[in-house]
Design a protein around this ligand. Structure first.
Ligand code: GUN
Ligand code: FE
Length: 440
Protein backbone atom coordinates (compact mmCIF):
# COMPACT_ATOMS: atom_id res chain seq x y z
CA UNK A 1 0.00 0.00 0.00
CA UNK A 2 1.41 3.32 -1.17
CA UNK A 3 -0.30 5.80 1.13
CA UNK A 4 1.83 8.15 3.22
CA UNK A 5 1.29 11.42 5.01
CA UNK A 6 3.27 14.39 6.25
CA UNK A 7 2.24 16.55 9.19
CA UNK A 8 3.60 20.07 9.72
CA UNK A 9 3.27 23.73 8.73
CA UNK A 10 2.97 24.13 5.01
CA UNK A 11 2.87 27.10 2.68
CA UNK A 12 1.46 27.31 -0.83
CA UNK A 13 -0.09 29.89 -3.18
CA UNK A 14 -3.68 30.73 -4.01
CA UNK A 15 -2.73 33.69 -6.24
CA UNK A 16 0.26 35.36 -7.87
CA UNK A 17 2.02 37.56 -5.27
CA UNK A 18 3.12 39.95 -8.03
CA UNK A 19 -0.56 40.77 -8.65
CA UNK A 20 -1.63 41.78 -5.17
CA UNK A 21 -0.93 41.74 -1.43
CA UNK A 22 1.03 38.85 0.06
CA UNK A 23 -1.74 37.91 2.47
CA UNK A 24 -4.07 37.27 -0.50
CA UNK A 25 -1.47 35.20 -2.36
CA UNK A 26 0.01 32.93 0.32
CA UNK A 27 -1.76 30.16 2.20
CA UNK A 28 -0.22 29.01 5.48
CA UNK A 29 -1.55 25.91 7.22
CA UNK A 30 0.07 26.05 10.67
CA UNK A 31 -0.67 22.45 11.65
CA UNK A 32 -1.26 20.82 8.29
CA UNK A 33 -1.59 17.32 6.96
CA UNK A 34 -0.67 16.27 3.42
CA UNK A 35 -1.86 12.80 2.38
CA UNK A 36 -0.23 11.19 -0.67
CA UNK A 37 -1.00 8.11 -2.69
CA UNK A 38 0.52 6.72 -5.90
CA UNK A 39 2.75 9.78 -6.26
CA UNK A 40 -0.03 12.34 -5.95
CA UNK A 41 -1.44 14.49 -3.19
CA UNK A 42 -4.94 13.22 -2.39
CA UNK A 43 -5.79 15.50 0.54
CA UNK A 44 -4.28 18.49 2.29
CA UNK A 45 -5.51 20.88 4.95
CA UNK A 46 -5.68 21.25 8.71
CA UNK A 47 -4.52 18.20 10.64
CA UNK A 48 -7.53 18.53 12.93
CA UNK A 49 -9.89 18.26 9.96
CA UNK A 50 -8.10 15.47 8.05
CA UNK A 51 -6.50 13.09 10.54
CA UNK A 52 -9.65 10.95 10.57
CA UNK A 53 -8.82 9.93 7.00
CA UNK A 54 -5.51 8.36 7.96
CA UNK A 55 -6.83 5.02 9.22
CA UNK A 56 -4.60 2.68 11.19
CA UNK A 57 -1.82 1.95 8.77
CA UNK A 58 -0.93 5.19 6.96
CA UNK A 59 2.58 6.17 8.07
CA UNK A 60 2.74 9.84 9.13
CA UNK A 61 6.01 11.76 9.23
CA UNK A 62 5.77 14.75 11.58
CA UNK A 63 8.07 17.69 10.81
CA UNK A 64 7.87 19.83 13.92
CA UNK A 65 8.95 23.48 13.62
CA UNK A 66 9.58 23.08 9.90
CA UNK A 67 7.98 24.77 6.91
CA UNK A 68 6.87 22.60 4.00
CA UNK A 69 6.63 23.93 0.45
CA UNK A 70 6.15 22.49 -3.00
CA UNK A 71 9.50 21.18 -4.26
CA UNK A 72 11.73 23.84 -5.82
CA UNK A 73 11.99 24.23 -9.59
CA UNK A 74 15.34 25.19 -11.16
CA UNK A 75 14.63 26.58 -14.64
CA UNK A 76 18.24 26.68 -15.90
CA UNK A 77 21.16 24.47 -14.90
CA UNK A 78 24.00 22.49 -16.55
CA UNK A 79 24.59 19.12 -14.90
CA UNK A 80 27.98 18.49 -16.59
CA UNK A 81 29.31 21.72 -15.13
CA UNK A 82 29.14 20.82 -11.43
CA UNK A 83 32.86 20.04 -11.43
CA UNK A 84 33.67 23.40 -13.07
CA UNK A 85 31.90 25.50 -10.44
CA UNK A 86 34.12 28.20 -8.89
CA UNK A 87 36.42 28.66 -11.90
CA UNK A 88 38.32 31.88 -11.41
CA UNK A 89 38.76 35.06 -13.34
CA UNK A 90 36.80 35.20 -16.59
CA UNK A 91 33.63 36.55 -18.09
CA UNK A 92 31.33 34.46 -20.28
CA UNK A 93 33.16 33.77 -23.57
CA UNK A 94 36.70 33.10 -22.25
CA UNK A 95 35.14 31.22 -19.28
CA UNK A 96 33.43 28.87 -21.74
CA UNK A 97 36.66 28.30 -23.68
CA UNK A 98 38.99 27.88 -20.72
CA UNK A 99 36.85 25.96 -18.28
CA UNK A 100 33.55 24.73 -19.65
CA UNK A 101 34.34 23.18 -23.02
CA UNK A 102 37.18 21.03 -21.58
CA UNK A 103 34.88 19.88 -18.75
CA UNK A 104 32.05 19.00 -21.12
CA UNK A 105 34.46 17.09 -23.39
CA UNK A 106 34.89 14.53 -20.58
CA UNK A 107 31.29 13.42 -21.16
CA UNK A 108 32.30 11.44 -24.22
CA UNK A 109 32.94 8.86 -21.50
CA UNK A 110 29.60 7.38 -20.42
CA UNK A 111 30.98 6.58 -16.96
CA UNK A 112 31.74 10.25 -16.33
CA UNK A 113 28.19 11.07 -17.42
CA UNK A 114 26.61 8.43 -15.17
CA UNK A 115 28.68 9.36 -12.11
CA UNK A 116 28.05 13.06 -12.59
CA UNK A 117 24.32 12.59 -13.18
CA UNK A 118 24.07 10.59 -9.95
CA UNK A 119 25.94 13.21 -7.93
CA UNK A 120 24.06 16.09 -9.53
CA UNK A 121 20.58 14.69 -8.92
CA UNK A 122 21.48 13.77 -5.34
CA UNK A 123 22.64 17.36 -4.86
CA UNK A 124 19.38 18.73 -6.28
CA UNK A 125 17.42 16.67 -3.74
CA UNK A 126 19.74 17.79 -0.94
CA UNK A 127 18.76 21.34 -1.91
CA UNK A 128 15.02 20.73 -2.07
CA UNK A 129 14.88 20.89 -5.87
CA UNK A 130 12.53 18.34 -7.43
CA UNK A 131 12.26 19.62 -11.02
CA UNK A 132 14.93 21.25 -13.18
CA UNK A 133 15.47 22.25 -16.80
CA UNK A 134 18.88 20.75 -17.44
CA UNK A 135 21.49 21.10 -20.17
CA UNK A 136 23.42 17.91 -20.87
CA UNK A 137 26.41 17.97 -23.28
CA UNK A 138 26.62 17.52 -27.03
CA UNK A 139 27.03 13.75 -26.45
CA UNK A 140 23.71 11.88 -26.71
CA UNK A 141 24.83 9.42 -24.02
CA UNK A 142 25.04 12.33 -21.55
CA UNK A 143 21.25 12.63 -21.95
CA UNK A 144 20.66 8.89 -21.51
CA UNK A 145 22.76 8.90 -18.33
CA UNK A 146 20.80 11.81 -16.94
CA UNK A 147 17.32 10.54 -17.72
CA UNK A 148 18.18 7.01 -16.56
CA UNK A 149 19.10 8.34 -13.13
CA UNK A 150 16.11 10.70 -12.99
CA UNK A 151 13.74 7.86 -13.94
CA UNK A 152 15.28 5.71 -11.20
CA UNK A 153 14.64 8.48 -8.64
CA UNK A 154 11.18 9.25 -9.99
CA UNK A 155 11.91 12.96 -10.40
CA UNK A 156 10.17 15.13 -12.99
CA UNK A 157 13.03 16.51 -15.08
CA UNK A 158 13.37 18.45 -18.30
CA UNK A 159 16.63 17.90 -20.21
CA UNK A 160 18.19 17.76 -23.63
CA UNK A 161 21.29 17.26 -25.75
CA UNK A 162 23.25 20.44 -26.43
CA UNK A 163 23.30 21.37 -30.13
CA UNK A 164 26.55 23.00 -31.21
CA UNK A 165 27.80 22.92 -34.82
CA UNK A 166 30.31 25.78 -34.91
CA UNK A 167 32.65 27.98 -32.84
CA UNK A 168 33.55 25.25 -30.38
CA UNK A 169 36.28 22.57 -30.06
CA UNK A 170 36.03 19.85 -32.76
CA UNK A 171 35.39 17.09 -30.21
CA UNK A 172 32.29 18.95 -28.99
CA UNK A 173 30.87 19.70 -32.39
CA UNK A 174 27.86 18.06 -34.02
CA UNK A 175 26.42 18.98 -37.42
CA UNK A 176 23.01 20.40 -38.17
CA UNK A 177 21.96 16.94 -39.39
CA UNK A 178 23.64 14.76 -36.72
CA UNK A 179 22.32 17.03 -33.97
CA UNK A 180 18.83 16.73 -35.43
CA UNK A 181 19.01 12.94 -35.79
CA UNK A 182 20.43 12.39 -32.31
CA UNK A 183 17.87 14.70 -30.73
CA UNK A 184 15.01 13.01 -32.60
CA UNK A 185 16.13 9.61 -31.27
CA UNK A 186 16.39 10.95 -27.71
CA UNK A 187 12.93 12.54 -27.96
CA UNK A 188 11.50 9.20 -29.01
CA UNK A 189 13.30 7.41 -26.20
CA UNK A 190 12.61 9.81 -23.33
CA UNK A 191 9.97 12.47 -23.90
CA UNK A 192 6.94 11.64 -21.77
CA UNK A 193 8.46 8.41 -20.44
CA UNK A 194 7.78 8.22 -16.68
CA UNK A 195 8.17 11.82 -15.57
CA UNK A 196 10.85 12.79 -18.08
CA UNK A 197 10.39 15.67 -20.55
CA UNK A 198 12.67 16.62 -23.43
CA UNK A 199 14.04 20.08 -24.21
CA UNK A 200 15.50 20.91 -27.62
CA UNK A 201 18.75 22.59 -26.51
CA UNK A 202 20.75 24.76 -28.93
CA UNK A 203 23.48 26.10 -26.63
CA UNK A 204 23.26 29.68 -27.92
CA UNK A 205 23.32 31.59 -31.20
CA UNK A 206 27.12 31.77 -31.37
CA UNK A 207 27.59 27.98 -31.48
CA UNK A 208 24.81 27.13 -33.95
CA UNK A 209 24.58 27.83 -37.66
CA UNK A 210 21.29 29.20 -38.98
CA UNK A 211 20.73 25.71 -40.47
CA UNK A 212 21.04 24.10 -37.05
CA UNK A 213 18.61 26.59 -35.50
CA UNK A 214 16.14 25.93 -38.32
CA UNK A 215 16.30 22.19 -37.71
CA UNK A 216 15.95 22.77 -33.96
CA UNK A 217 12.71 24.61 -34.75
CA UNK A 218 11.56 21.64 -36.83
CA UNK A 219 12.29 19.28 -33.92
CA UNK A 220 10.44 21.52 -31.50
CA UNK A 221 7.30 21.63 -33.62
CA UNK A 222 7.46 17.96 -34.56
CA UNK A 223 6.43 16.54 -31.15
CA UNK A 224 3.77 17.96 -28.79
CA UNK A 225 4.81 19.21 -25.35
CA UNK A 226 8.53 19.58 -26.03
CA UNK A 227 10.51 22.30 -24.29
CA UNK A 228 13.21 24.50 -25.82
CA UNK A 229 16.08 25.96 -23.82
CA UNK A 230 18.93 28.23 -24.79
CA UNK A 231 20.89 31.29 -23.64
CA UNK A 232 19.88 34.84 -24.54
CA UNK A 233 21.44 38.29 -24.11
CA UNK A 234 23.71 37.38 -21.20
CA UNK A 235 26.91 39.31 -21.87
CA UNK A 236 27.91 42.34 -23.97
CA UNK A 237 30.75 40.59 -25.87
CA UNK A 238 28.31 37.78 -26.64
CA UNK A 239 25.78 40.35 -27.91
CA UNK A 240 28.41 41.85 -30.26
CA UNK A 241 29.40 38.40 -31.59
CA UNK A 242 25.76 37.56 -32.30
CA UNK A 243 25.30 40.84 -34.16
CA UNK A 244 28.25 40.06 -36.42
CA UNK A 245 27.24 36.40 -36.99
CA UNK A 246 23.61 37.33 -37.74
CA UNK A 247 23.79 40.77 -39.39
CA UNK A 248 20.32 40.47 -40.90
CA UNK A 249 18.43 39.82 -37.66
CA UNK A 250 16.85 42.72 -35.79
CA UNK A 251 17.92 41.49 -32.33
CA UNK A 252 19.45 38.49 -30.52
CA UNK A 253 15.95 37.25 -29.67
CA UNK A 254 14.98 37.62 -33.33
CA UNK A 255 17.64 35.02 -34.28
CA UNK A 256 15.70 32.45 -32.25
CA UNK A 257 12.27 33.75 -33.23
CA UNK A 258 13.06 33.49 -36.96
CA UNK A 259 13.90 29.82 -36.44
CA UNK A 260 10.60 29.20 -34.61
CA UNK A 261 12.34 28.74 -31.26
CA UNK A 262 10.11 31.09 -29.27
CA UNK A 263 6.70 30.34 -27.81
CA UNK A 264 5.24 28.49 -24.82
CA UNK A 265 7.74 26.15 -23.12
CA UNK A 266 10.70 28.05 -24.61
CA UNK A 267 13.09 28.90 -21.75
CA UNK A 268 15.66 31.63 -22.33
CA UNK A 269 18.49 31.81 -19.80
CA UNK A 270 19.59 35.25 -18.52
CA UNK A 271 17.91 37.83 -20.85
CA UNK A 272 19.81 40.69 -19.21
CA UNK A 273 20.39 42.95 -22.20
CA UNK A 274 16.84 43.19 -23.53
CA UNK A 275 14.96 45.95 -25.33
CA UNK A 276 11.35 46.85 -24.67
CA UNK A 277 10.58 45.28 -28.03
CA UNK A 278 12.21 42.00 -26.93
CA UNK A 279 10.16 41.88 -23.70
CA UNK A 280 6.96 42.58 -25.64
CA UNK A 281 7.81 39.78 -28.06
CA UNK A 282 8.36 37.38 -25.14
CA UNK A 283 5.02 38.37 -23.66
CA UNK A 284 3.13 37.80 -26.91
CA UNK A 285 4.84 34.53 -27.72
CA UNK A 286 4.51 33.17 -24.16
CA UNK A 287 8.13 32.25 -23.53
CA UNK A 288 9.89 32.08 -20.16
CA UNK A 289 12.98 33.92 -18.97
CA UNK A 290 15.21 32.11 -16.49
CA UNK A 291 16.68 34.62 -14.05
CA UNK A 292 20.05 33.34 -12.79
CA UNK A 293 21.29 35.88 -10.23
CA UNK A 294 24.28 34.00 -8.79
CA UNK A 295 25.58 33.32 -12.29
CA UNK A 296 25.09 36.89 -13.45
CA UNK A 297 27.03 38.14 -10.42
CA UNK A 298 29.77 35.50 -10.73
CA UNK A 299 30.46 36.20 -14.44
CA UNK A 300 29.85 39.94 -14.07
CA UNK A 301 27.17 39.70 -16.73
CA UNK A 302 24.81 42.35 -15.39
CA UNK A 303 21.58 42.73 -13.42
CA UNK A 304 18.39 41.14 -14.75
CA UNK A 305 15.54 43.70 -14.74
CA UNK A 306 12.95 41.51 -13.04
CA UNK A 307 10.21 44.07 -12.53
CA UNK A 308 10.71 45.36 -16.06
CA UNK A 309 10.23 41.82 -17.36
CA UNK A 310 7.10 41.49 -15.19
CA UNK A 311 5.63 44.86 -16.25
CA UNK A 312 1.87 44.30 -15.84
CA UNK A 313 1.19 45.94 -19.24
CA UNK A 314 2.98 43.00 -20.94
CA UNK A 315 4.16 40.55 -18.28
CA UNK A 316 6.74 37.96 -19.30
CA UNK A 317 6.95 34.60 -17.52
CA UNK A 318 9.99 34.46 -15.22
CA UNK A 319 11.45 31.56 -13.25
CA UNK A 320 14.71 31.21 -11.31
CA UNK A 321 17.78 29.29 -12.43
CA UNK A 322 20.94 28.35 -10.55
CA UNK A 323 22.96 28.05 -13.80
CA UNK A 324 25.65 25.86 -12.27
CA UNK A 325 28.64 26.00 -13.22
CA UNK A 326 28.47 29.81 -13.73
CA UNK A 327 26.10 29.99 -10.79
CA UNK A 328 27.61 29.49 -7.38
CA UNK A 329 24.95 27.45 -5.57
CA UNK A 330 22.49 24.69 -6.41
CA UNK A 331 20.23 26.01 -3.65
CA UNK A 332 17.08 27.79 -4.78
CA UNK A 333 16.91 29.35 -1.29
CA UNK A 334 20.33 30.95 -1.85
CA UNK A 335 19.28 31.91 -5.39
CA UNK A 336 16.14 33.63 -4.02
CA UNK A 337 18.35 35.57 -1.62
CA UNK A 338 20.61 36.72 -4.47
CA UNK A 339 17.57 37.59 -6.62
CA UNK A 340 16.48 39.91 -3.82
CA UNK A 341 19.87 41.67 -3.85
CA UNK A 342 19.90 41.91 -7.64
CA UNK A 343 16.38 43.40 -7.57
CA UNK A 344 17.77 46.24 -5.45
CA UNK A 345 20.74 46.66 -7.80
CA UNK A 346 18.55 46.75 -10.91
CA UNK A 347 15.88 49.21 -9.88
CA UNK A 348 13.56 50.51 -7.26
CA UNK A 349 11.19 47.59 -6.65
CA UNK A 350 12.14 45.19 -3.88
CA UNK A 351 11.46 41.50 -4.36
CA UNK A 352 9.40 40.17 -1.45
CA UNK A 353 9.93 36.78 0.17
CA UNK A 354 6.55 35.55 -1.09
CA UNK A 355 7.41 36.70 -4.62
CA UNK A 356 10.78 34.94 -4.48
CA UNK A 357 9.16 31.70 -3.30
CA UNK A 358 6.58 32.00 -6.10
CA UNK A 359 9.40 32.29 -8.67
CA UNK A 360 10.95 29.09 -7.28
CA UNK A 361 7.71 27.07 -7.12
CA UNK A 362 4.21 27.93 -8.37
CA UNK A 363 5.34 30.75 -10.67
CA UNK A 364 7.95 28.54 -12.31
CA UNK A 365 5.36 25.79 -12.79
CA UNK A 366 3.01 28.34 -14.38
CA UNK A 367 5.79 29.65 -16.62
CA UNK A 368 6.64 26.13 -17.78
CA UNK A 369 2.98 25.15 -18.28
CA UNK A 370 3.34 22.43 -15.65
CA UNK A 371 1.09 24.08 -13.04
CA UNK A 372 -1.53 21.35 -13.20
CA UNK A 373 1.14 18.88 -12.08
CA UNK A 374 3.75 20.57 -9.89
CA UNK A 375 4.47 23.77 -7.97
CA UNK A 376 1.48 23.75 -5.59
CA UNK A 377 0.38 21.78 -2.55
CA UNK A 378 -3.13 20.78 -3.55
CA UNK A 379 -5.12 17.60 -4.19
CA UNK A 380 -4.34 16.10 -7.58
CA UNK A 381 -0.86 17.60 -7.75
CA UNK A 382 2.20 15.39 -8.01
CA UNK A 383 3.63 14.88 -4.52
CA UNK A 384 6.99 16.69 -4.72
CA UNK A 385 7.70 18.53 -1.48
CA UNK A 386 10.50 20.33 0.24
CA UNK A 387 10.71 20.48 4.04
CA UNK A 388 12.62 23.50 5.31
CA UNK A 389 14.01 23.99 8.81
CA UNK A 390 14.10 27.70 9.73
CA UNK A 391 16.32 26.85 12.73
CA UNK A 392 18.89 24.87 10.74
CA UNK A 393 21.92 26.85 11.93
CA UNK A 394 22.57 28.75 15.15
CA UNK A 395 22.43 32.04 13.25
CA UNK A 396 19.14 31.15 11.59
CA UNK A 397 17.65 30.03 14.90
CA UNK A 398 18.72 33.29 16.53
CA UNK A 399 17.10 35.35 13.78
CA UNK A 400 14.05 33.11 13.42
CA UNK A 401 13.22 33.51 17.12
CA UNK A 402 12.49 37.18 16.39
CA UNK A 403 10.33 36.55 13.31
CA UNK A 404 6.71 37.45 13.86
CA UNK A 405 5.27 36.80 10.39
CA UNK A 406 5.44 34.20 7.66
CA UNK A 407 7.07 36.75 5.33
CA UNK A 408 9.84 37.36 7.85
CA UNK A 409 10.40 33.64 8.33
CA UNK A 410 10.59 33.08 4.57
CA UNK A 411 12.93 36.02 4.12
CA UNK A 412 15.25 34.68 6.82
CA UNK A 413 15.25 31.30 5.07
CA UNK A 414 16.18 32.81 1.70
CA UNK A 415 18.86 35.19 2.98
CA UNK A 416 20.53 32.79 5.42
CA UNK A 417 19.41 29.40 4.15
CA UNK A 418 20.83 26.91 1.65
CA UNK A 419 21.15 23.11 1.62
CA UNK A 420 21.59 23.15 5.41
CA UNK A 421 18.01 24.40 5.74
CA UNK A 422 16.53 21.47 3.80
CA UNK A 423 15.33 18.94 6.37
CA UNK A 424 13.87 16.51 3.81
CA UNK A 425 12.77 16.26 0.20
CA UNK A 426 9.84 14.17 -1.00
CA UNK A 427 9.54 13.03 -4.59
CA UNK A 428 6.59 11.31 -6.18
CA UNK A 429 4.97 10.66 -2.79
CA UNK A 430 8.06 9.21 -1.09
CA UNK A 431 10.89 10.59 0.99
CA UNK A 432 13.87 10.91 -1.35
CA UNK A 433 16.28 12.79 0.92
CA UNK A 434 16.56 13.28 4.64
CA UNK A 435 19.15 15.42 6.35
CA UNK A 436 21.27 13.76 8.99
CA UNK A 437 20.03 15.36 12.14
CA UNK A 438 22.84 15.86 14.64
CA UNK A 439 22.50 13.57 17.64
CA UNK A 440 21.53 15.72 20.61
N1 GUN B 1 26.16 30.69 -22.84
C1 GUN B 1 26.44 29.65 -23.66
N2 GUN B 1 26.78 28.56 -22.94
C2 GUN B 1 26.70 28.91 -21.65
C3 GUN B 1 26.94 28.21 -20.43
O1 GUN B 1 27.29 27.03 -20.39
N3 GUN B 1 26.75 28.93 -19.28
C4 GUN B 1 26.36 30.23 -19.29
N4 GUN B 1 26.19 30.87 -18.14
N5 GUN B 1 26.15 30.91 -20.43
C5 GUN B 1 26.32 30.26 -21.58
FE1 FE C 1 23.62 28.53 -18.56
Amino acid sequence: HDRRAIRGSYVTFRANPFDGPTQDALVLEEDGLIIMEHGHITHCGAYSALHGLLGDNTPVTHYKDCLISAGFIDAHVHYPQISAIASWGEQLLPWLEQYIFPTEAEFANINVARQTARLFLAELLRNGTTTAAVYCTVHPQSVDAFFEESARLGTRMIAGKVLMDRNCPPDLQDTAQSGYDQSAALIKRWHGRDRQLYAVTPRFAITSTPEQLELAGDLLHGTPGLFMQTHLAENLDEMAAVRSLFPNNTSYLDVYAQAGLDGPRAIFGHAIHMSEHDFAHCHHSGCTLAHCPTSNLFLGSGAFRLFDALNPDRPVHVALGTDIGAGTSLSLLATMGEAYKVSLMAGDTRLSAAQALWLATAGAARALHLHDRIGHIAPGMEADLCVMDPNATPLMAQRNARCTSLSERLFTLMVLGDDRAIRATWVNGKMAYEKNVDPA
